[in-house]
Design a protein around this ligand. Structure first.
Ligand code: FAD
Ligand code: MG
Ligand code: MG
Ligand code: MG
Ligand code: MG
Length: 536
């Protein structure tokens, strides 16, 4: 009946509409999606409810498989192999979807409208700006690099966030070797050009350092034998360890491996500024400052909110936050029809303690409804407190242990609360959130027709769905030399060549289409057989 409704609607909107059918078929709800990254793509792939009219607005008409971006920087994988055109995804859907290559510049929640600016080079001024109405707005615009206002970073550093960035880095790396090979230079100048600095010891910085080291070891030694010994790779990390978010064993292994590889890892080293020639740092312990000449810097220290999100947060009284706060159903706090997911949002998790105790109370209320005698009993006792109820019901001995258990239980809950962390800004989270939200939209009408909902879920609207739950499937840290560290659920850590193969197979299987899968795998094979392509 879904496809029938779809056809009928198409009829009704035709110029000679006004048949009986048009009154039967309700107008499609307009769903506007901002962003074609991990969260947006995953939402789109999983949405299969044809009763929505979907409009996508994104400055990028393709999806990027970001985990392979570092592989592009030194030519292990080609840029086009990890990009999937969004129209390839749209065309496979039975949902009414349109796409506009533009960025959203303002959200007006009162009038349910967004304002956009086309990002395509256009000669015809005036057509570049437009507004879009929505019934539902899904914000999945990701985040941007964070410079922490360090002077000179924007002007002098490379970033690794988009395909263009990776291509620029690749070109720059190869050009550096060509430049350093010119006959007119002194060794001092060559050393400066071949000093690669990476700021930030997170997964991206570490992986780029490893890629660069592999490139030097596998290809540069053969292709640029005269300058190979002048190469230096420095990794600056402000905290005490690289790969903080990984298991200690992985951090230690990575630091040791980089040490053996000759990558200079400087821990507790804060960058204070960068000019055209030098990068300045300050040691965290003794405050000692120093400046070093460099050839190229990759800045990879984390993310911050995009201007659109900053502005929107100010508008809705969420100013000074680092990401949009949503409830556990991914709805922006205070709005029933605006959702946010992925790197631009965080779930404002409720504390566990209060709701669990509340849930006991609610269960008790249910029991009272069904078994009035309990209610009567409770009224007599003038007590509706679960602890007291348990005490009344049990014997004296049991009373004490039960009381103790509940106290222990409370202590355990507050322990959980104190350890509560925000979900990480990863593709894994964005991907699961997109799929979750699509499932909610797939089932929305069904739930509206059946407002009672399953008894476990109270409330209105999306509250009839399970809240979003993240399932951590583990994480990888490629460390170079065909060695990868893998951290899988259940405290399982594996480091070495076998996890490199796991990495290859997981990343091949995670590709969004057979096209990109084939391209990525053939890039890997090509590199194994012929080495990297070093035409800059
Ligand atoms: P994005 O994927 O960044 O997508 C945002 C989208 O919004 C883009 O299409 C963008 O063009 C669009 N957009 C931007 N501004 C606007 C606007 N104003 N209006 C409309 N659209 C807009 N995660 C992992 O789990 N594993 C990894 O191995 C991993 N490796 C990574 C390696 C690198 C180099 C990088 C940069 C990230 C990596 N990540 C990894 C993190 C992961 O890529 C992000 O967490 C994920 O992309 C977040 O998804 P998102 O949809 O929120 O944002
Ligand atoms: Mg997105
Ligand atoms: Mg992406
Ligand atoms: Mg992003
Ligand atoms: Mg997030």
């Amino acid at each position: 009946s879904g496809s029938h409704g779809h056809i009928a609607h198409a009829d009704a909107t035709a110029s000679d509409g006004g048949h009986a059918l048009s009154e039967v078929v309700p107008k499609k709800k307009k769903l506007v999606l901002l962003g074609t990254g991990w969260a947006g793509m995953s939402f789109l792939k999983n949405l299969n409810n044809p009763t929505y009219e979907v409009e996508i607005v994104s400055p990028r008409n393709f999806f990027v498989f970001t985990p392979l971006l570092p592989s592009v920087t030194c030519g292990k994988v080609e840029a086009r192999s990890i990009a999937e055109p969004i129209r390839n995804i749209i065309i496979k859907k039975n949902v009414d979807i349109s796409f506009s290559e533009a960025e959203c510049v303002k959200i007006d929640p009162q009038n349910k409208k967004i304002y956009c600016r086309a990002t395509i080079d256009s000669h015809s001024k005036g057509e570049e700006e437009f507004a879009v109405d929505y019934d539902y707005l899904i914000i999945a615009v990701g985040a941007q690099v964070n410079t922490f206002n360090t002077p000179g970073v924007m002007e002098n550093c490379h970033f690794l966030k988009e395909i263009d960035d990776a291509q620029k880095i690749r070109k720059n790396v190869i050009e550096s070797f060509e430049k350093a090979s010119l006959p007119s230079l002194s060794d001092e100048e060559r050393k400066k050009i071949l000093h690669f600095v990476i700021v930030g010891g997170g997964p991206t910085g570490v992986e780029f350092a490893a890629e660069l080291h592999d490139f030097v070891n596998e290809d540069v030694v053969k292709l640029y034998p005269k300058v190979k010994d002048l190469v230096k790779i420095t990794l600056l990390e402000a905290t005490d360890h690289i790969l903080n978010m990984f298991d200690k064993r992985i951090t230690n292994f990575a630091e040791n491996k980089f040490g053996r590889d000759g990558i200079d890892v400087k821990l507790g080293s804060m960058v204070t500024g960068i000019n055209e020639n030098e990068i300045s740092t300050k040691a965290r312990g003794n405050g000692k400052t120093s400046s070093t000449p460099y050839g190229m810097v990759l800045w990879s220290t984390g993310i911050g909110p995009r201007p659109l999100i900053k502005e929107f947060m100010k508008q809705i009284g969420q100013g000074n936050r680092r990401a949009l706060a949503t409830d556990e159903w991914l709805r922006v706090e205070g709005f029933d029809n605006i959702y946010a997911l992925g790197d631009c949002a965080t779930i404002n998790q409720r504390k566990v303690m209060v709701p669990i105790l509340k849930e006991f109370q609610e269960t008790l209320d249910d029991i009272c409804e069904r078994y009035p005698q309990v209610e009567l009993y409770l009224k007599n006792k003038q007590k509706r407190n679960i602890v007291d109820l348990v005490k009344e019901a049990k014997g004296d001995a049991a009373k004490q242990s039960m009381e103790l258990n509940i106290e222990e239980f409370k202590a355990a809950l507050s322990e959980v609360d104190s350890q509560m962390k925000n979900l990480p800004a990863t593709a894994q989270v964005a991907n699961q959130q997109g799929a979750y939200l699509a499932k909610c939209f797939n089932r929305m009408e069904e739930c509206e027709k059946n407002p009672e909902g399953p008894p476990r879920f109270r409330g209105t609207g999306h509250h009839r769905f399970h809240p979003f739950r993240y399932r951590h499937l583990g994480q990888f840290a490629p460390l170079g030399g065909e060695q990868t560290a893998a951290e899988l659920p259940g405290d399982w850590v594996s480091i070495g060549h076998s996890s490199q193969w796991l990495w290859y197979s997981v990343y091949a299987s995670k590709q969004v289409s057979w096209r990109t899968r084939a391209l990525v795998v053939s890039d890997w094979l090509r590199r194994f057989i012929f080495g990297r392509d070093t035409s800059g």
